[in-house]
Structure formats: C-alpha cells, structure tokens
Design a protein around this ligand. Structure first.
Ligand SMILES: Cc1cc2nc3c(=O)[nH]c(=O)nc-3n(C[C@H](O)[C@H](O)[C@H](O)COP(=O)(O)O)c2cc1C
Length: 372
C-alpha cells in the first residue's frame, strides 16, 4: 500500500482516522490513580465492571480511543499510585468484545513480550474487535518494573534500536505470507509465520510516546501516532515537529495525539476547587518516587511548592485542562489549532466526570465544529 492508499484505507476503515476534526479518547482507566497521584476521595475503582462501564460510555459518546497504561508495579507512598493495574492485552480483548466502535489499545513493553506472541495477540484482538485494535509500543520506562522481570533497562537509545527490530518482526508477521528467518543484532529466529493476519491492513494502528531524539526518530520511522504529554500548550508547537520529520525524511504520515487531565465543572471556581483538592491530598512520596525513577530534576521538592511536582500529582506531568465546559472547549480548540489530531483524557473519577463531559462538553464541541 502506498501512502495515499493507506490514507484512504484508514479514513474509511479505522476510527482513529475518521472524519471528526478532533479525535477523543480516554486513557489510564485500567490503573489505580490513573494520572492523579493523590489520596483525595474518589468513587473510581479498579474493577472490571467499572472499567467496562467507562469504556462503554466513551464508545456511546462516539469517542475513538480507549488506551490503557502498561504498568506492573505501584509508586509506593500512601496511595501506592498505579499499583493495582489490569493487564493491557487482555483488557483490550475484553473491551473489544464489550464495545462497538471505539478503538481498544494495548500498551506493550517490547522487552517483555516476544514479537511472535505480540503479533499473534494483536491479530487476535483485531479479529475480536473487527479491526479496532491499536498497539502503543513502549520501550520500558520504570527501572524497578523491569527489575521484576530480571531484564533491567537497556541504555536509552539501545531500547529504541531493539524496539525497531521487534516491531519489524511484528509487522512482517502481520503481512508476510511465507515463512521467514530473522538474524539481527537482537533476534535469531527461524521460519517465522503467523496466521490469521489482522483485520486492519497492513496491521493495527501503532503509537509511541517517546519524545527524546531517539524516540522521535523511532516514531517518525515506524509508527502512525506520536503520543505526547505537553506540560503547557506552547510545547505542542515543538512536539508537532515529529509529524514534519516523518513527512520530510521518511515520506510517512504521523499524527499527534495528546493526553490531558480534565477537571470540568459548572463554574470556574468549582473546577479550580476540585483541581486544588487533588493537590491538597497529593501523595508527594509516590510523586517523588515517580519523578526520581524518571530522572526528573526537582531542586526544591516540597509539598505544593515545586511546579513540576504539582504537575505530576495532577496529571502525570501534562498540562491540565481545568474550567467550565466553555473553557474546556476553548482549550481543546487551541490544541486543535496547533495541529493536534486527538486528545485522550484522564479524569479523577472517570465514570461521573466522563458522563458530565458527554452532557455538557460534547454538545459544545459540536457547535464549534471540532466534532459532528
Ligand atoms: C502520554 C504517555 C504515556 C505513556 N504510557 C506509558 C505506559 O503506559 N507504560 C510505559 O512503560 N511507558 C509509558 N510511557 C513512557 C514512554 O513510552 C517513554 O518511555 C517515555 O516517554 C520516555 O521516552 P523518551 O526518553 O524517548 O522521551 C508513556 C509516556 C507518555 C508521554
């Protein structure tokens, strides 16, 4: 399939490339705390019933993406943030069966799942969902998680070299019709084959969230969507450059998708108070553990003082969208104007806040032309 044929195919068949101006989705509903590192009271639960209800609601609202976080371990602290977490492939398979239109993703650590297994699981979920599966390819992020597998973390850029070989094998298993051998720096595999092929052609939509130079190059060369976490709206102008790099250097289309914590209420004061509640109950120990593992510098790590720590507690380091329904729409319109293809949301309590978003924000998004 050449570039134009792939564009046409995806526009017609793949929800993430449908005609909606701004694609929408939900992120991280499978992990305790999601993106808020807090002990603030919440009704949200890590149960299958709760997860399925949220994803079904997103599906009913016409959203395009349901994306889980790939986690294996919590961050410690009183909340042990993210410590209760559903497996991502089986989560996607269950959600695929429970929904009709939304794309169900898995977030797969390349070093933990053999490419033959990953290709087979992905193809199977693509059949369960009738072409609605997507794969977020991650290289390994938290060192102590990788220690659970005895593998450790490779040197940074080496992770991406390994990931590229891994992904090339997966892609060939999705498309090649004759057995093939692989002898490469990291793999020595004989007579590989996989059938059935995925429903999507040439395979499920691929995402990566790396924003280092090696991560950007990996994304531009290999996947369809760059998944970014702008810490302020202006960051988008830099993060968008991956789409130009893909186009100019590799003749490929890469879309920019962002994550964002949404705190939306009838009045700005209520929204700000709800946001402040997350911070006032912040689990600073878990946040500090997370930032230390990620190597994020924090000179004056004191409760409520360090801006970066606050951003981690309320939204995993991303720019939070806080305000009335009208203010949320204005902020999303700004994202869209800056070239963002889609936004996936975190909520402190997904079920109630997504229902509210559906009632109050979705109609306004339609009025502005971001959705129809
Ligand atoms: C929005 C977002 C979501 C991510 N989700 C996961 C995840 O679920 N599991 C994981 O191990 N890493 C996840 N990552 C980490 C990335 O895959 C990547 O390792 C990280 O962004 C650092 O990459 P870089 O050094 O190339 O910038 C996520 C990153 C971002 C920005």
């Amino acid at each position: 399939m050449n570039r134009e044929e792939l564009r046409d195919y995806r526009r017609q068949n793949v929800p993430l490339f449908n005609a909606q101006k701004l694609k929408l989705g939900i992120f991280a509903v499978n992990c305790s705390g999601g993106s808020v590192i807090t002990t603030a009271p919440t009704d949200r639960q890590i149960t299958w019933d709760y997860n399925r209800s949220v994803v079904r609601l997103a599906d009913a609202l016409g959203m395009e993406v349901a994306l889980p976080i790939g986690r294996w371990k919590g961050q410690g602290g009183p909340s042990n943030h993210n410590g209760t977490n559903f497996d991502v492939y089986t989560w996607a398979a269950g959600m695929a069966e429970a929904t009709d239109r939304i794309m169900c993703f898995a977030t797969s650590h390349v070093s933990l799942t053999h490419p033959v297994v990953a290709a087979k699981q992905a193809a199977t979920i693509d059949h369960i969902s009738n072409g609605r599966f997507g794969l977020n390819v991650v290289m390994g992020w938290f060192r102590d998680e990788m220690a659970m597998f005895g593998t450790g973390l490779r040197e940074h850029d080496d992770r991406y070299r390994y990931g590229e070989e891994w992904l090339n094998i997966v892609k060939r298993l999705w498309t090649d019709t004759s057995p093939f051998d692989i002898e490469s720096a990291y793999f020595n595999l004989a007579a590989l084959e996989s059938s059935p092929k995925p429903v999507q052609r040439p395979g499920p939509v691929l995402v990566n969230a790396g924003t280092s130079p090696a991560g950007i190059d990996f994304t531009a060369r290999n996947v369809d969507v760059s998944f970014a976490s702008p810490s302020k709206p202006d960051d988008i102008d830099r993060l968008r450059l991956v789409t130009q790099k893909a186009d100019r250097e590799y003749g490929r289309d890469v879309a920019l998708m962002c994550s964002a914590l949404v705190v939306c209420r009838e009045t700005e004061a209520e929204a700000r108070a709800a946001f402040q509640d997350i911070l006032d109950n912040g689990d600073w120990i878990a946040a500090r553990n997370m930032m230390a593992t990620l190597g994020v510098e924090s000179g004056s790590f004191k409760e409520g003082v360090d801006e970066r720590a606050r951003r981690f507690v309320a939204g995993y380091g991303t720019n939070p969208l806080v305000g009335t329904p009208e203010q949320i729409v204005d902020q999303l319109a700004d994202y869209s104007r800056r070239g963002v293809h889609g936004v996936v949301f975190y909520f402190a309590d997904y079920l109630t806040e997504l229902a509210y978003f559906g009632e109050r924000v979705m109609p306004l998004l339609k009025q502005t032309g971001l959705r129809h």
